[in-house]
Write a protein that binds this ligand. Structure first.
Ligand SMILES: O=P(O)(O)OC[C@H]1O[C@H](OP(=O)(O)OP(=O)(O)O)[C@H](O)[C@@H]1O
Length: 303
C-alpha cells in the first residue's frame, strides 16, 4: 500500500482506496474505524503517481473531519525536481504540489496539520515552499547523512582511507559536504571530488559530465546524490571514473527510481545503496537501507 495511517495506539488503520469508472479516486474508512479515530495519527505516504497525491488529499480530508492531528511523512517528495520554471512554457510544479497539500487547511482544520517530514528533498526550495504554502507547523527534511548512518556497510566504506566522495553536480554540493562532515574525518574537505554536469532543460538530456581529478588509481569512489532516475548522470560520471582508474565505484542515492533498470550500470558501478522510499526488486548490485522502520513490515538494514 502506498499510504499508511498509524493510529495513536500504534495500529495500522484499514483504508480502502479505489477508482470509479469515470476515473475519480475514492477513499473509505469503515464507520467503526472512523468513529474510533482520535488524537494524533501518523501518515506515511509514498507518492509515486498523481493518484497517490489525490488519495492523500482525500484521506487527509477524512482524518481532519475526524478531528485528528496529522504527522505526515512523504519520503520522496513529488515534483521537488521542478523547483523552478526550468524552461519557457513549463509549470512551477513544486509550488503547485505544496499548495495542494494545503487544500484541506481552512478555519479550525488548519491547526491540525502538525508536522511534515520528507527525506533528502532535491533542494531547499521544497522545505521553503512547504513552510510558505502550507499550515504544517513543523517541516523537517531528513538529511542523507542521517540515512547513511543506518548502513554500517556504507559507513565503513566511506570511512576507509582510500575512499573519495564524488559530488555529481552543482546542486549536490551542499549535500556532499554534509555527508563528508558527518563522517568525522580530519580530511573531510579534501575527500570530495567535484563534477560538472550539463543537462538540456528542454529535453532533460545530459550534455556532458566532467570529473575534476587526474588519477584515482586504487581509490574507491562513492558518488552520492538524492535521486537516480534513468541513471544518465551516474553512467557519465562512472565512465570518467573508470578512465581515472578507480578500483571500486559505488553509488548512494536516497531515492532509487531506476527508471531504466539496474542493467544500465553493469560494468560501471559495483554497488548501489538506496533507501526504501521506492519499492525495490532484490538485486546483487543493490543494498536497501530500510529507513521506513519501525512502520514498514521490512526490518532493519539489509546492507
Ligand atoms: O538518473 P538521472 O536521470 O541522471 O537523474 C538524476 C539526477 O537528476 C537530479 O538532478 P537534476 O538534474 O534534475 O537537477 P538540477 O538540474 O536541479 O541539478 C538528481 O539530483 C540527479 O542529479
Amino acid at each position: 500500500m502506498s499510504i499508511q495511517v498509524i493510529a495513536k495506539n500504534g495500529t495500522i488503520v484499514p483504508i480502502k482506496f479505489l477508482q470509479f469508472s469515470g476515473g475519480e479516486r475514492h477513499v473509505q474508512i469503515a464507520e467503526a474505524e472512523f468513529n474510533s479515530l482520535n488524537g494524533n495519527v501518523t501518515v506515511r505516504a509514498r507518492m509515486q503517481s498523481s493518484n497517490d497525491v489525490m488519495d492523500y488529499v482525500l484521506l487527509e480530508n477524512v482524518l481532519l473531519d475526524a478531528g485528528c492531528t496529522i504527522d505526515l511523512e512523504i519520503p520522496y517528495f513529488p515534483y521537488a525536481r521542478q523547483d523552478r520554471v526550468c524552461a519557457t512554457g513549463q509549470a512551477f510544479s513544486l509550488n503547485i504540489m505544496t499548495r495542494l497539500l494545503n487544500i484541506n487547511a481552512s478555519g479550525e482544520t488548519a491547526g491540525l496539520q502538525r508536522s511534515i517530514k520528507v527525506w533528502d528533498c532535491h533542494s531547499q526550495v521544497t522545505t521553503r515552499l512547504l513552510r510558505e504554502n502550507t499550515h504544517f507547523a513543523h517541516v523537517t527534511n531528513i538529511s542523507p547523512a542521517e540515512i547513511i548512518q543506518q548502513s554500517n556497510t556504507l559507513l565503513s566504506i566511506l570511512q576507509e582511507e582510500k575512499t573519495v566522495l564524488i559530488c555529481p553536480d552543482q546542486g549536490a554540493k551542499q549535500r556532499t559536504k554534509l555527508i563528508a562532515d558527518s563522517l568525522n574525518l580530519t580530511d573531510a574537505a579534501s575527500r570530495i571530488i567535484y563534477c560538472e554536469k550539463k543537462r538540456d532543460p528542454a529535453t532533460g538530456k545530459i550534455l556532458n559530465a566532467k570529473v575534476n581529478a587526474t588519477d584515482l588509481t586504487g581509490y574507491t569512489a562513492v558518488i552520492t546524490d538524492d535521486i537516480c532516475d534513468g541513471g544518465a548522470t551516474f553512467i557519465g560520471i562512472a565512465q570518467e571514473l573508470r578512465k581515472l582508474n578507480c578500483k571500486t565505484i559505488i553509488l548512494y542515492v536516497t531515492h532509487g527510481i531506476f527508471s531504466r533498470g539496474l542493467g544500465v550500470f553493469s560494468g560501471l558501478i559495483d554497488q548501489i545503496f538506496t533507501t526504501d522510499s521506492f519499492p525495490q526488486e532484490p538485486s546483487d548490485l543493490l543494498n536497501v537501507i530500510n529507513f521506513s522502520a519501525p512502520f514498514s513490515l521490512d526490518q532493519g538494514d539489509q546492507s
